[in-house]
Design a protein around this ligand. Structure first.
Ligand SMILES: C[S@@+](CC[C@H](N)C(=O)[O-])C[C@H]1O[C@@H](n2cnc3c(N)ncnc32)[C@H](O)[C@@H]1O
Length: 620
């Protein structure tokens, strides 16, 4: 549920104002603590507020020139007062010049990183007020100065400030939107920032035939996008005079908007609470997965539909009536089920070996064999044999016509599908088919303060947090360019029987990306796409992804030090503007597999995860 606040210019009595706007349906009020004209503290009778009330107040600190010492002192007083009154949320309007921004950032930094723990202000949440106005909306006075004639001007102020704040997770944005939206790239860049408040003036609302306030279609879609990108963790502030009957009508309209299609997100219920949460990737070869993990896999209808169709097609392409299939890494058996169904629908008989190295999953498989797969007699179209073994070391009683597996990670090969499938070579027939046939990983540079700042928190306990890759249901991020292909692995028909000594699973790739607009790169997001068989595919690459498939979240490769990227527009002759270059390697030795990544343009970074010292995927 998205909360709505009302921004008051001035208040005499905080309790009375709060009660009044609560009654109108607003969840909180935004108010200054200092009189806007005379720099005097408003008699902010915080003694009448209880704990619940305090959470319903956001302090607003207006734009000031922080080159002036008096204003700096005032800011310190306001922040101290907020701490004293127990008010955690503060909106601070961003000043114009860099010196003011730097002075303001110093004061906030001191508050958020106090010398002594007794002055702990870690819970203070500061939102920097910025405007999404495009240049056409700048005031005449500002437009005279060439640096202000820039659609990136407000974003650059923010980018400057957050770097001084070292991407502190308690810093977010209060973005004022005046109804004029920017071009897609710039809009997406804002949507990749940690926006906590959207400020809407009452004048942004149109009037419908019943004289009620409504947002334009474009603004409605924008609100839906914000909701998606912030995973519903944002709030709307209404400011300005009432122009539509009663001030409560704005609140009611936002409530109504949230019930419309624009705010619905079908995937959300499966992935809720995982948004932007960094998790270590699974290692199903090294670790035995829990039943609950298998259960999550098995609820993904789309993934298994694709497998079933691919198996059907492969069975039709194998010119035999009795087909020997091996489901390697069978888990709790969903692919065995699909193979039996496929055999039934193409009217072939299939003998399946379900090979699994997790002893706990084997117990379930044995049970399923008895209860579902016809036990020792089998079914009319198939028979299942359970094999408790690592697929790489199994001595099979016969050769397979068809190998079926699902050993894929978010980056395709990162759960060691290539190494595991290399192990089937001595029990496959010469023209055996493998499902999947091939898979390719993808990478894309990303701007995401939200992801990066989580690691800066982690760094207090883990200095190597930037040397790992993380699985993440990514939302609050801006993809700087289109994803590009990285590593491909193929398991082609006629190739599977070749011994592993004829293959090399080491890989190295250099990729170049371009940014059209100025941005900051916090790392890279990885995806995969996979050809199961024929034209049946699985993909999590945004442009080709199977809709409603949620088995895999993308992978995030962070950078120690984010770097600024200049924009490269069509009139720009310098090819190096906006260029980002990364080199990534996949390295294999007898013990494990690991990735190393390094930036070579526009900066030279150190090699992340050198020698797999921090993040490696165990082969044993
Ligand atoms: C991602 S799960 C997929 C399970 C199941 N096919 C499904 O779709 O739900 C991968 C399975 O492969 C198993 N596995 C991984 N490496 C293996 C190996 N070398 N030999 C046998 N099983 C393996 C894991 O224990 C796990 O059960």
């Amino acid at each position: 549920m998205i909360t709505v606040g009302y921004s008051c210019n001035y208040i005499d009595n905080i309790k009375i104002s709060l009660d009044k706007y609560n009654e109108y349906g607003f969840d909180y009020i935004v108010a200054p603590v200092i009189h806007p004209k005379c720099s005097e503290f408003i008699p902010f009778s915080e003694v009448f507020l209880d704990g619940k009330d305090r959470n319903k107040i956001v302090i607003n600190i207006p734009k000031r020139d922080f080159r002036i010492q008096r204003n700096i002192r005032l800011l310190e007083k306001e922040l101290n007062f907020a701490g004293h009154a127990g008010i955690q949320n503060i909106i601070l309007e961003c000043p114009e010049d860099h010196e003011s921004i730097e002075n303001m950032a110093t004061i906030i930094n001191r508050k958020l990183n106090p010398q002594s723990e007794t002055n702990d202000h870690h819970s203070l949440a500061i939102s920097i007020k910025l405007s999404m106005a495009n240049i056409k909306m700048q005031t005449q006075e500002l437009r005279k100065d060439p640096i202000y004639i820039d659609d990136d001007y407000e974003w650059k102020k923010w980018n400057h400030l957050r770097k001084i704040m070292q991407f502190h997770p308690n810093i977010s944005i209060a973005l004022e939107v005046n109804g004029e939206l920017l071009d897609t790239d710039r809009l997406d860049r804002w949507l990749g920032e940690p926006i906590k408040f959207i400020i809407l003036s009452t004048s942004v609302f149109l009037t419908n035939s019943s004289k009620f306030p409504v947002l334009s279609k474009v603004m409605q879609l924008f609100m839906g996008q914000i909701n998606f990108k912030m995973a519903s963790n944002f709030s709307i502030i209404i400011k300005g005079n009432n122009l539509h009957g009663h001030i409560k009508n704005y609140c009611q309209y936002i409530g109504h908007l949230q019930k419309t299609e624009i705010f619905s997100d079908k995937l959300q219920k499966f992935c809720q609470y995982y948004e932007d949460l960094l998790q270590y990737p699974l290692q199903p070869l090294k670790d035995d997965l829990d039943s609950s993990v298998y259960e999550v896999f098995e609820t993904d209808i789309i993934k298994y539909q694709q497998y079933e169709k691919a198996i059907e097609q492969a069975l039709m392409d194998i010119q035999k009536d009795v087909i020997i299939a091996m489901v390697v890494g069978a888990g709790r058996g969903p692919l065995v089920d699909k193979a039996l169904r496929a055999a039934h629908s193409v009217d072939k008989f299939i003998r399946i070996y379900a090979v699994e190295k997790n002893p706990n999953a084997i117990i379930t498989l044995e049970m399923l064999k008895d209860l579902k797969w016809g036990g020792y007699l089998g079914l009319s179209h198939g028979y299942v044999e359970i094999v408790s073994s690592d697929m790489r070391y199994w001595s099979a009683p016969e050769r397979a016509d068809l190998i079926i597996s699902e050993l894929l990670g978010s980056f395709g090969d990162n759960e060691l599908s290539p190494e595991c499938l290399d192990g089937v070579w001595n029990y496959v027939s010469k023209d055996a088919i493998c499902i999947p046939q091939s898979y390719t990983s993808y990478l894309c540079p990303v701007q995401s303060q939200r992801l990066y700042s989580q690691l800066s928190l982690d760094r207090r306990t883990n200095v190597n947090a930037y040397e790992y890759a993380y699985v993440v249901h990514i939302r609050n991020a801006y993809l700087i360019d289109k994803p590009k292909q990285v590593f491909t692995f193929e398991h082609r028909r006629g190739d599977l029987h070749r011994p592993p000594s004829t293959r090399d699973n080491n890989r190295k790739k250099r990729l170049t990306f371009h940014s059209k607009i100025p941005t900051i790169c916090h790392g890279f997001v990885g995806y995969f796409d996979c050809c199961l068989y024929g034209n049946h595919r699985l993909s999590i690459v945004p442009s080709t992804q199977n809709s409603n498939m949620y088995s895999w979240f993308p992978i995030y490769f962070p950078l120690h030090t984010p770097f600024d990227v200049s924009g490269h527009d069509d009139d720009d002759d310098d090819d190096d503007d906006g260029k980002i270059e990364i080199q990534i390697t996949r390295n294999v030795n007898d013990i494990h597999v690991w990735y190393e990544w390094t930036i070579s343009h526009p900066i030279q970074s150190p090699i992340h995860n050198l020698n797999g010292k921090h993040y490696s995927i165990s082969l044993h």
